[in-house]
Design a protein around this ligand. Structure first.
Ligand SMILES: [Zn+2]
Length: 285
């Protein structure tokens, strides 16, 4: 989205809100998020109550953007900064909010991207400390950094890439394949990647070049990867910039990368706005 269009959207809180509302309600028609009834009472403060099930809600209830305390205008500015890949610390400065507020908002956006990926349900069910709740909130438990580091298999299909979670593997499996089956490995920043593996062009996991527990280096030559084009050319710099990978946030970064690559020829601003306005899914059902 160009800046002129963007500036019109954020002219005031009302224009920003109107832009977001079009992604929330088809033809401005409000329905009860719980039972889909259209018979609603209007309450004070823009809230509504369902005549059938008595559920009380507002326009953004149970949606991703209801997580984090940003106004519609701040959300749109955050989407713009995210589109431009501005680091979180600088986003906080630009938005005039604390680092934690900016971090939580960016995490909300990443959770919304993850929820729209093909293997979202599998990821949410497999990764401990990552989940959505019935009330439309999500939780990302960053208190413990341990646990199994997830592994993603890369499949390139034409102009698209799929980064599939492989729940039966973890970071240790990669070391095992390397030591016992001579699977070649290399690293880019905090990412370890492998040579071809089964149907995958590569496996990806988090870690450093030197795996100190096993005293091995992920610096093999001759991997069947062409980093001059396609996904690898797109991802190289992106991987180098990643820092602080944990088993919890790694899937969020990988799904962000998958999203950016698969929409590289599109305007991602309206797509991100749409994702942010989507209902938080309930993967427990
Ligand atoms: Zn209802």
């Amino acid at each position: 989205m160009d800046f002129q269009t963007f500036e019109n959207l954020i002219k005031n809180e009302n224009s920003a809100r109107k832009y977001l509302l079009q992604f929330c309600w088809k033809n401005h028609q409000r329905i009860c998020p719980k039972c889909r009834s259209r018979k609603l009472y209007t309450l004070q403060g823009g809230r509504r109550r369902c005549a059938r099930c008595a559920y009380t809600f507002h326009d953004f209830s149970q949606r991703f953007l209801n997580n984090g305390n940003l106004s519609p205008r701040q959300w749109l500015r955050l989407i713009k900064l995210f589109e431009l890949e501005v680091p979180t610390g600088r986003m906080a400065e630009q938005l005039g909010v604390t680092y934690n507020t900016a971090y939580k908002a960016v995490t909300t956006l990443r959770m919304a991207i993850l929820a729209h990926s093909l293997d979202a349900r599998l990821i949410i069910r497999s990764i401990e400390g990552l989940g959505f709740s019935k009330s439309g909130k999500f939780h990302l438990d960053m208190s413990t950094r341990g646990g199994r580091m997830p592994v993603f298999g890369i499949v390139e299909r034409g102009t698209h890439v799929f980064a599939d979670l492989i729940p039966e593997l973890d970071g240790d499996s990669i070391v095992h394949f390397k030591m016992n089956f001579h699977l070649k490995t290399a690293s880019l920043g905090k990412i370890i990647y492998t040579d071809r593996f089964k149907q995958y062009a590569a496996l990806l996991t988090g870690g450093s070049q030197l795996s100190s527990i096993y005293n091995i280096r992920h610096a093999d030559k001759g991997l069947h990867i062409d980093s001059s084009k396609g996904f690898w050319s797109f991802s190289k710099e992106w991987f180098r910039r990643l820092k602080g990978i944990s088993p919890r946030n790694f899937p969020l970064y990988i799904k962000e990368l998958e999203f950016r690559y698969n929409h590289k020829n599109e305007d991602i601003f309206p797509i991100l706005a749409e994702y942010l306005c989507a209902m938080v899914p309930d993967f427990e059902e």
